[in-house]
Design a protein around this ligand. Structure first.
Ligand code: SF4
Length: 373
């Protein structure tokens, strides 16, 4: 006879049976027999993480200079946390496009105006049109930069915004006809289509922020692989990122494994190029909650024989809290990390999934704007 399961019971069932966690399946009636067989570590290596420094293009007014139209600067928690002053975690490349094209501080505001089918960057007080200057500056500036891992831009700015900039029907109108990207922001999106580009408003959402941090540090790690230019570096990158890739996109993870196997005997530069394309696809969307839970359950399997019933039950409760958005991923991660140390599991310790960016960046505050990416 089948019975209905509570989520933590369902997780216990998955743990014992070695089955994947599935959001739909846990709603159904299932019956299970205890099975104590557990996965064993496939590999063991030394532990230790050494984070690279991502290079981030950032709007200068967010803590770097008082360059806003009114002569002020603005505060951004995420930029401060990443190290606006200290540069601890990332290397910032600040730019103020409006100052760079010769608009002074302070200055009269500019806005995006839709004239016919065209968007123009207009200063209503002078009727000046800065569209060409801004577009040319953006293209030249972004082309001059190298090794970029991502960008954080000021939201709602007609220059820096990436998707929420008001578009007006004429220079004097008070009512916008739509929203879109600013002139500089649009060029960033066009020239860095494979990089994480966010505005500071969206980064107040903890899940968007975490996804962004994961991508910029993964990109910076991969730059090291490219600089090392050896199959050994690439194999090591894939091994350390295995669980993270499993959470993000299992199909891409398997394809990337095949690329590294390189049965076609392609030259190394082609292998790295091909691998990078799939790396970009793998991280295009945030990992789903249930995919993360699957990976956590997979990791729990390493300790299943050593842990007490109460410890496992407590862990499953934290997974349920994470699933219900009542605890961040860092909570079950921290529990697993403590067991990795206690039971000496260096293979898991090396997995970027458990520490994809420096722990000092973990911040559970949230805008409350939820899970839409
Ligand atoms: S939003 Fe962009 S253009 Fe405006 S002040 Fe900030 S950096 Fe300069």
């Amino acid at each position: 006879m089948k019975k209905s399961l509570h989520f933590s019971e369902y997780l216990l069932f998955c743990l014992r049976s070695g089955k994947s966690v599935n959001e739909d399946a846990c709603q159904t009636m299932v019956e299970f027999k205890p099975d104590e067989s557990m996965p064993t570590p496939a590999d063991k290596q030394e532990t230790g993480r050494d984070f690279p420094t991502p290079r981030i293009v950032v709007s200068k007014c967010m803590g770097f200079a008082s360059c806003r139209y009114n002569g002020l600067t603005i505060h951004s928690d995420v930029v401060n946390r990443l190290g606006a002053r200290s540069g601890v975690y990332v290397e910032f490349l600040p730019v103020c496009p409006e100052v760079a094209i010769g608009l002074g501080i302070p200055r009269d505001p500019i806005r995006i105006v839709k004239l016919g089918d065209e968007l123009r960057l207009i200063q209503p007080s002078t009727k000046s049109d800065f569209s060409v200057q801004m577009t040319e500056f953006a293209a030249a500036h972004l082309s001059s930069l190298s090794d970029i891992d991502g960008s954080i831009l000021k939201n709602r700015s007609p220059s820096c915004g990436i998707n929420d900039v008001k578009i007006f029907p004429d220079p004097g109108s008070r009512i916008p006809v739509g929203k879109g990207a600013g002139f500089f922001g649009a060029k960033v999106l066009e020239m860095y289509p494979h990089l994480p580009v966010e505005d500071e408003g969206r980064l107040t959402n903890s899940r968007i922020r975490e996804h962004f941090f994961i991508r910029i540090f993964t990109n910076a790690f991969f730059r090291r692989v490219k600089a090392g230019a050896s199959m050994k570096h690439l194999v090591d990158f894939q091994r350390r990122n295995k669980l993270l890739l499993m959470a993000y996109n299992q199909k891409e993870m398997r394809l990337m494994g095949k690329i590294i196997a390189n049965q076609e005997k392609r030259p190394l530069h082609q292998v790295i190029e091909n691998y990078e394309q799939h790396l970009v696809s793998a991280f295009a969307r945030p990992a789903r909650v249930m995919s993360n839970i699957n990976v956590l359950m997979h990791a729990l399997g390493y300790f299943s024989k050593q842990l007490s019933h109460q410890e496992k039950a407590f862990f499953l409760d934290t997974l349920e809290a994470y699933r219900n958005n009542k605890a961040p991923l860092s909570v079950p991660n921290a529990l697993l990390k403590s067991w990795m140390v206690r039971f000496n599991e260096p293979y898991l310790m090396q997995q970027t999934f458990f520490e994809p960016f420096p722990p000092g960046l973990i911040e559970i505050s949230d805008s409350g704007k939820a899970r839409d990416y």
